[in-house]
Each structure stands twice: as structure tokens, then as C-alpha cells.
Write a new protein. Structure first.
Length: 129
């Protein structure tokens, strides 16, 4: 089944080489919305109660805040291991219980931008739901 475009949020662990689908969000959502969503979701899942309260009071100085270097126009990352990655996918297909997706990463300034295409896949079975 062809799904089209969307933001995919995936939990990736480099330590145990696992990937888990967190969410499928509308492609119309802004990068700022996606950043806020994955920051809050990461805090909800991994932060201690004191870290959650500190994040609520001042998220700009939180260790969970997404820094500019973690944002690309089509990918956003939050956290360490595990890491939450949001991919702006221009093609998503569901084959049985596997989401296969394609996304682009742009490098360089606006006058000389170069895009690279990447492919990925993740189980469409939601864990912990």
C-alpha cells in the first residue's frame, strides 16, 4: 500500500541495533512542531521526574532540547542511545507489516544545495501500545 508523504518518528538504538516506530505524523506539520513533539515524547519516556519538571519549567536549557546541529530540513534527532529520529519521507509504502520509506538529506548552502537520497524500513507494529 502506498502511503505517500509523512514524518516518521523512529526510536533507534545503536547499542542493540533496534528500530521501533513511534509515530506517523502529517507531512504538513512544521519542523518546529516535530521538534516539540519528539522532545516531549522523549522526556515522557526517558526522563526522571525531576528532569520532567525541569523540562516543563525551562525547556530551552534542558539537556533534552534539540540543538540546531540536530536539525536538517528532512531529519531531526533527539536524545542519545536510544535516539528519536524524525524523517520527512517523500515516499512511504506499507508491505505486510513493514514500512519502507525514502527521504532526502540536503547539504550545502542554498546556492549550491546537493541532495542525497536514503532508504529505510521499520516494523509497522507499534511496540508498547
Amino acid at each position: 500500500m502506498n502511503i505517500g508523504t509523512a514524518w516518521l518518528v523512529i526510536e533507534e538504538s545503536f547499542h542493540n541495533n533496534e528500530k521501533r516506530l513511534i509515530s506517523v505524523l502529517s507531512a504538513r506539520r512544521s519542523q518546529n512542531y516535530i521538534c516539540d513533539y519528539i522532545e516531549q515524547t522523549y522526556v515522557d519516556k526517558f526522563a526522571s521526574i525531576n528532569e520532567k519538571i525541569a523540562y516543563k519549567k525551562n525547556k530551552k536549557h534542558s539537556p533534552f532540547k534539540i540543538n540546531n546541529y540536530e536539525k536538517n530540513g528532512t531529519t531531526i534527532s533527539c536524545g542519545h542511545d536510544p535516539i528519536f529520529k524524525a524523517y520527512y519521507c517523500y515516499s512511504i509504502k506499507l508491505h505486510e507489516e513493514i514500512l519502507m520509506f525514502k527521504y532526502r538529506v540536503y547539504k550545502g548552502d542554498y546556492g549550491h544545495r546537493v541532495s542525497s537520497e536514503y532508504k529505510g524500513e521499520v516494523s509497522a507494529v507499534m511496540h508498547g501500545a
